[in-house]
Design a protein. Structure first.
Length: 538
C-alpha cells in the first residue's frame, strides 16, 4: 500500500505541479512568444481544463474506466501529459522551427497536457476509491491532497526560479522525470481486482457517443466565446454566436443524457437530489474562486507592485500553504469524526471572507495585508478539496462511484470546467475594465507602453516614464484587478448558502461476501448503506 500510494501521489504531483508552476512564468512566456492579453489567459485555460479540446473528458475518463479498466485509461493519460509537456518546452522562436514560434502552438500543447492531466486527476481518485474503504478514504485522500499542497507551494517558487535562472521551458520539461517515476511505480506496484470488460462490439452498441460529442462541442464552444470576449468585446458577432451556440449544445447534451438507453457518461441520477446538486454547485464555484486567486494574484504582484517572478512566487506562498495545510490536516479528522459538513461550512465561510478582503488590495497595500488576505483565501479553498468529494461518494451508490467522481472532478480544481471558467470570467472582467481605464489616460494613447500592456506584458510597467504616468497606469491595473474579486465575492457567498443544503450521510458501509456457484465472490452492500438518497431501500 505504501508503494501504491507513493505512485498515486507522485502521479497527482505530476499533474498538480504544472497547474501552479506556470502562473509566475506566464507574463514572461507571453512576452517571449509575442502573445496578447487574452493569450495570457488561454495558456492557462488550455491546461486548466481539457474541455477546451475534448469537452467532458474528465467524466469521460471515469466512465471509460468502467468499460475498459482503470490501468488502460490511467497510463495513456500519463503519456498524453508527458507528450504535451515535452512539446510545450519545445515551443521556440528559432527560424528553423518558425511554426512553433507562436502562442497558438503553446496553447495547443497545453490543451494536450490538459487532456492527460484531467485524466490523471480523476483516475487517481477512482483508483483510490477502489482500494480504500469509504470510512478510511479521508486519511488516504489527505496524502493525495498533501501532494497537491506540496506542488502548490513549490510550483510558484520553482516557476520563478526556473524562469529567472534557466528558462521558462524547464517548467514543462521538469515533468518528464516525475512522470517516468510515477509510471514505473504504478506499473509494478498497482494491482486491482479484475473486472469484466466490454468487447469492442458491445462498446459500440452501448456507449453514448452522441451525448459525449454534444458535451465536448458545447463546452469548447462556450469557452471559446469567453476567450473572444476578452479580445473582441461582448458585441462581436463571433463572440455572441459562440456564447449562444455553446449553451444550446450543452442543453441538448443534457436532454440526450437524460433519455438515452445507452451508457450515459454523466448519469442523470447524479443530479436528482438536493445534496448532490448542492455539492456539484459548491464544487463549481469553489473552482472559480481557486483559479481567480491563483491565476491573477501574480498579475497584481508583478504588474502593480513591480515584483520579479521569483518574488511573486514567494508572495503566493500563503495561498499554497493555507490550502495544503488545510488539505493534509482535514483528511485524518474526517476519518476520525466521520463528518464532512463542518469542514464544508468552514471552508465556504473562509473563502467568502478571503474574497471580500482581496477586494481591498491596491498599490498601497502592505506586505502584511497581501500575505494575510491570501492566507485566509488559501485556507478557505483548501478546506474544500476533499470533503465535498467524500460527501458525494457517501451519498451515491457504489455502482456510480467512477461516474460521480468523474463528474465532480469536472468541477473541483485544479484541472476542471470551473477552473477554466474562473480564468475566463476573471480575464473578461479584468481585460474589459483595463481597456476602459487605459483609454481614459490620454498621455498613454498610441505609445509602445500601451501596446505592451495590451499584450499582457505587465512587468515592464515599472519602466514607464514620467513617474506620474506610471502611477496612473498602476492605479488602472490595480482597479481592474479588483473587479475580479468584486465578481468573486458573491460567488463565494453562494458556496456558503449551498453548503447549508448538504445532508449528512454515514461514511460506514457494511460489505457482505456472497459466493455463487459459477461466479467469483462479489462484494455486496446492505441496502440501508447503499448510498443515501439515491440508493435503493430495503
Amino acid at each position: 500500500m505504501f508503494l501504491v500510494m507513493t505512485g498515486l501521489a507522485t502521479t497527482v504531483f505530476l499533474a498538480s505541479l504544472d497547474s501552479t508552476i506556470v502562473t509566475t512564468a506566464l507574463p514572461t512566456i507571453t512576452e517571449h512568444l509575442h502573445g496578447t492579453a487574452s493569450d495570457y489567459s488561454w495558456t492557462g485555460v488550455a491546461y486548466a481544463s481539457s474541455l477546451l479540446c475534448s469537452g467532458a473528458s474528465i467524466p469521460l475518463w471515469g466512465k471509460l474506466s468502467d468499460v475498459l479498466g482503470r490501468k488502460p485509461i490511467l497510463y495513456p493519460c500519463i503519456a498524453l501529459f508527458l507528450l504535451g509537456s515535452g512539446l510545450c518546452g519545445a515551443a521556440t522562436a528559432s527560424l528553423i522551427a518558425a511554426c512553433m514560434d507562436s502562442m497558438s502552438f503553446l496553447i495547443g500543447c497545453r490543451a494536450l497536457q490538459g487532456i492527460g492531466g484531467g485524466g490523471i486527476i480523476v483516475m487517481v481518485q477512482v483508483v483510490l476509491s477502489d482500494i480504500v474503504s469509504l470510512q478510511d478514504r479521508g486519511k488516504y485522500a489527505s496524502v493525495i491532497g498533501g501532494c497537491w499542497g506540496i506542488a502548490s507551494i513549490l510550483g510558484p517558487l520553482l516557476g520563478g526560479i526556473l524562469t529567472e535562472r534557466l528558462s521558462w521551458r524547464w517548467i514543462f520539461w521538469i515533468n518528464l522525470p516525475t512522470g517516468g517515476l510515477a509510471t514505473l511505480l504504478l506499473t509494478f506496484c498497482l494491482n486491482l481486482n479484475p473486472t469484466r470488460k466490454l468487447t469492442f462490439e458491445e462498446f459500440l452498441q452501448k456507449f453514448d457517443f452522441l451525448g459525449v460529442s454534444l458535451l465536448m462541442s458545447g463546452t469548447g464552444t462556450l469557452l471559446a466565446g469567453f476567450s473572444l470576449a476578452a479580445d473582441n468585446g461582448w458585441n462581436s458577432r463571433s463572440t455572441i454566436g459562440l456564447l449562444v451556440v455553446g449553451p444550446v449544445l450543452l442543453l441538448l447534451a443534457g436532454i440526450v443524457e437524460s433519455r438515452t438507453t445507452r451508457m450515459a457518461v454523466i448519469p442523470p441520477r447524479l443530479f436528482t437530489t438536493r445534496t448532490t446538486l448542492s455539492l456539484f454547485g459548491l464544487a463549481f464555484f469553489h473552482a472559480i474562486g481557486f483559479m481567480c486567486t491563483n491565476f491573477y494574484l501574480p498579475v497584481m504582484f508583478q504588474g502593480v507592485n513591480g515584483d520579479s517572478p521569483l518574488i511573486s512566487g514567494v508572495k503566493m506562498f500563503p495561498v499554497a500553504l493555507g490550502g495544503s495545510v488545510a488539505t493534509v490536516v482535514i483528511g485524518p479528522i474526517v476519518t476520525a469524526t466521520k463528518r464532512t459538513r463542518p469542514f464544508i461550512w468552514s471552508g465556504t465561510a473562509l473563502m467568502t471572507l478571503g474574497a471580500g478582503l482581496l477586494i481591498t488590495l491596491s498599490e498601497k497595500s502592505s506586505l502584511g495585508q497581501e500575505m494575510g488576505f491570501s492566507l485566509i483565501q488559501g485556507l478557505g479553498t483548501g478546506f474544500l478539496f476533499q470533503p465535498p468529494l467524500i460527501a458525494l461518494q457517501a451519498a451515491m451508490p457504489l455502482k456510480d462511484m467512477a461516474a460521480c467522481t468523474g463528474a465532480v472532478r469536472t468541477l473541483i480544481p485544479p484541472s476542471t470546467l470551473g477552473s477554466t471558467l474562473g480564468i475566463s470570467l476573471g480575464g473578461v472582467a479584468f481585460q474589459s475594465q483595463l481597456a476602459i481605464r487605459l483609454r481614459a489616460i490620454p498621455a498613454l494613447a498610441g505609445t509602445s507602453a500601451e501596446a505592451s500592456i495590451f499584450q499582457g506584458n505587465y512587468k515592464d510597467i515599472k519602466l514607464i516614464l514620467p513617474v506620474e504616468l506610471r502611477q496612473q497606469v498602476i492605479v488602472a491595473l490595480s482597479r481592474s484587478l479588483r473587479t475580479i474579486y468584486i465578481m468573486l465575492t458573491p460567488l463565494a457567498g453562494t458556496t456558503f448558502l449551498l453548503s447549508l443544503l448538504v445532508r449528512h450521510y454515514s461514511l460506514e458501509r457494511n460489505f457482505v461476501q456472497k459466493t455463487r456457484p459459477s461466479e467469483e465472490a462479489e462484494p455486496q452492500i446492505d441496502a440501508d448503506e447503499k448510498g443515501g438518497e439515491v440508493g435503493e431501500t430495503k
